[in-house]
Design a protein around this ligand. Structure first.
Ligand code: DAH
Length: 353
């Protein structure tokens, strides 16, 4: 038995890999292994012989078994060491270059506008781009026969015969968000609503999808003077230079009185300069909210009054960053995006008034 022990222990430590080790295990302890066969012989022995031999065989079996396990662990540790040596990684190496996108001028300018109005206490409100014709028109005092419905070149959603849901349109302006915000929040309220709008129109300064920002403030004694101050404060912060505004009497169904607002500018060698000179550039529509509009939003016009305005975000981006053609905004030309886009970490440029 001592000889068996020595033979197998020697073979175990000589085994070069897991397969060789398994071979040794089978030869000694497998079903037909040498030790297993000897254990089967125990039955033929006398009781005394069986006791001593049985004990010795059990011991031998346990001893070989733990030697096999120990050898296996040693082999696995060695293999792991090999892998660790082969598969090292230098985490201090600089990362591989990856193409980086830019922030679209529309996103950038939306952020800038939002930051400026937020400073004046305006919160951002939102509404759906597919809007019922009630929110887009009726609630804003644009009656079905009103020419504004045609002027807006509206995209109507298809309705199958028998579909009796209210007619839906792609919203033609952000003004319906006025109604939704009033219904949701009541008065007093101060919100802006930036977002996409749609009209059937396409040339150098028009695209079928573009962006507007709506503004609205309702309180007990809001006046046109508040509107003018807010807008001048906004343009001054947005363009980073003192900007005067000029109000021209106009007409919108949802405001009374209504005004179109121009900003002060000049053209020097064909270049537009905002905030200087004696030229004027029309940039937005505004006015005091019509009582019917307040009522449509669930607000009592005998208790409250407010101003509203709407302007084109894309237009603002063109003016501020000298971008000549609106259509390029939505063509996704990478060269254009790299040229006019902004870095992801570039803070919106706004200036204290
Ligand atoms: N909704 C108008 C348009 O798209 C712009 C506008 C004019 C909005 C006057 C207003 C406003 O809130 O008071 O042409």
């Amino acid at each position: 038995m001592d000889q068996l022990r020595e033979t197998y222990l020697a073979r175990i430590s000589a085994a070069a890999d897991a397969a060789a080790l398994e071979e040794v295990r089978l030869a000694a302890l497998g079903k037909k292994g040498e030790i297993s066969l000897m254990m089967r012989e125990l039955g033929k022995m006398s009781p005394e012989e069986r006791q001593t031999t049985g004990k010795a065989l059990n011991q031998l079996r346990d001893e070989l078994d733990s030697a096999l396990r120990a050898r296996k662990t040693t082999m696995e540790d060695a293999a792991l060491d090999e892998r660790l040596k082969a598969e090292w990684l230098d985490v201090t190496l600089p990362a591989r270059h990856r193409a980086r996108g830019t922030i679209h001028p529309v996103s950038q300018v939306t952020e800038e506008c939002t930051a400026i109005f937020a400073d004046m206490g305006f919160r951002v409100a939102e509404g759906p781009q597919i809007e019922t014709d009630w929110y887009n028109f009726d609630a804003l005092n644009i009656a079905p026969e009103h020419p504004a419905r045609q002027e807006h070149d509206t995209f109507f959603m298809h309705r199958a015969p028998g579909d009796n849901r209210p007619p839906h349109v792609l919203r033609t302006h952000t003004s319906p968000v006025q109604i939704r915000a009033m219904q949701e929040q009541g008065a007093p309220i101060r919100v802006i609503a930036p977002g996409r709008v749609y009209r059937m129109d396409m040339d150098q300064t028009h695209a079928p999808m573009f962006h507007q920002i709506e503004g609205m403030a309702i309180d007990r004694d809001i006046s046109m003077a508040n509107l003018k101050w807010v807008l001048e404060e906004f343009f001054t912060a947005f363009f980073g230079t003192k900007v005067k505004t000029r109000f021209r009497a106009s007409h919108f169904p949802f405001t009374e009185p209504s005004a179109e607002v121009d900003i002060q500018c000049s053209w020097v060698n064909g270049q537009l300069r905002v905030g200087e000179g004696d030229g004027w550039l029309e940039v937005l529509g505004s006015g005091m909210m019509h009582p019917k509009v307040l009522r449509a939003g669930g607000i009592d016009p005998d208790q409250w009054q407010g101003f509203a305005f709407g302007m084109g975000i894309d237009r603002m981006a063109m003016l501020k960053y000298g971008i000549p053609d609106l259509r390029a905004f939505f063509e996704s030309d990478l060269r254009w995006l790299r040229h006019y886009g902004f870095g992801a970490l570039e803070a919106p440029s706004v200036h204290a008034g």
